[in-house]
Design a protein around this ligand. Structure first.
Ligand SMILES: *Cc1c(COP(=O)(O)O)cnc(C)c1O
Length: 231
């Protein structure tokens, strides 16, 4: 199948899942995840209508940026403080913020570039030790800290569900973070506007949307399996 055909298929599934949960296709932002893929594949996807792309490594954003047609870039993978400078003036949203130290560095770099950076707090909802993200209990500390910053805006939450064959477990995780999202939305925090709930990847995006996600990050369902040996 071509990228265009795969995109159409994904789009139909997003539409169906959105409608199942009482929403419209236009309520859901689809981020095409292009890590490991070359510029020509990315540009083909953009020509087919992709408006948002996601990379998980800051170096890949930096290296590909000049070869890619106009599009919104998202940083979705773990971000070390010393790499913030590679992406600060290139991405529209950083999904993977999970420490005060990282918030401080994003603030510093954003100030330097005279811009305001939108971020999501990455939550490790399953409690898996290997996954990045803060625990549910640590989220509030970061939200309160955001109130002191001028060049960062918190726009929502992001999570990566554990790899599992048990979709019931993932429904529980997704419901859990959706509840957290709603709880935060009902309170008032300076500088926090709970707009985006970023959850769902190729294997679970329909489930995630049915559980309330309004941003999904889809790689292999559009571009096929990744070949990490090329990198
Ligand atoms: C790679 C990646 C994705 C996309 O994964 P697929 O299973 O290929 O859809 C989504 N989110 C993050 C954080 C990723 O690193």
């Amino acid at each position: 199948m071509s990228i265009d055909e795969r995109l159409k298929e994904v789009d139909l599934k997003i539409t169906a899942a959105a409608e199942k949960s009482g929403r419209k296709r236009s309520d859901i932002t689809m981020i095409a995840v292009t890590k490991t893929h070359p510029a020509d594949m990315m540009n083909e996807a953009i020509r087919c209508g992709v408006t948002d792309i996601g990379e998980n490594k800051p170096q890949e954003v930096r290296d590909k940026f000049d070869d890619i047609l106009p599009v919104k870039w998202h940083l979705i993978g773990h971000l070390q403080t010393n790499k913030v400078k590679y992406i600060i003036d290139k991405v529209c949203l950083i999904h993977s913020v999970d420490s005060i130290k990282l918030m401080d560095e994003i603030e510093r770099q954003a100030q330097k570039h005279n811009l305001v950076m939108d971020i999501l707090i990455q939550v490790n909802i399953s409690g898996e030790a290997t996954k990045s993200g803060v625990s549910k209990d640590e989220v509030e500390e970061l939200l309160l800290y955001a109130g002191k910053l001028k060049n960062i805006r918190v726009k929502g939450l992001m999570t990566v569900a554990p790899k599992t064959d048990n979709s019931v477990t993932n429904i529980l995780h997704f419901d859990n973070i959706r509840q957290l999202f709603i709880d935060i939305k009902q309170k008032t925090y300076d500088n926090v506007n709970m707009q985006y709930l970023s959850m769902g990847m190729s294997g679970d995006y329909e489930t995630a949307i049915e559980c309330g996600a309004n941003m999904v990050r889809i790689g292999s369902a559009i571009f096929g399996e990744r070949d990490y040996s090329l990198k």
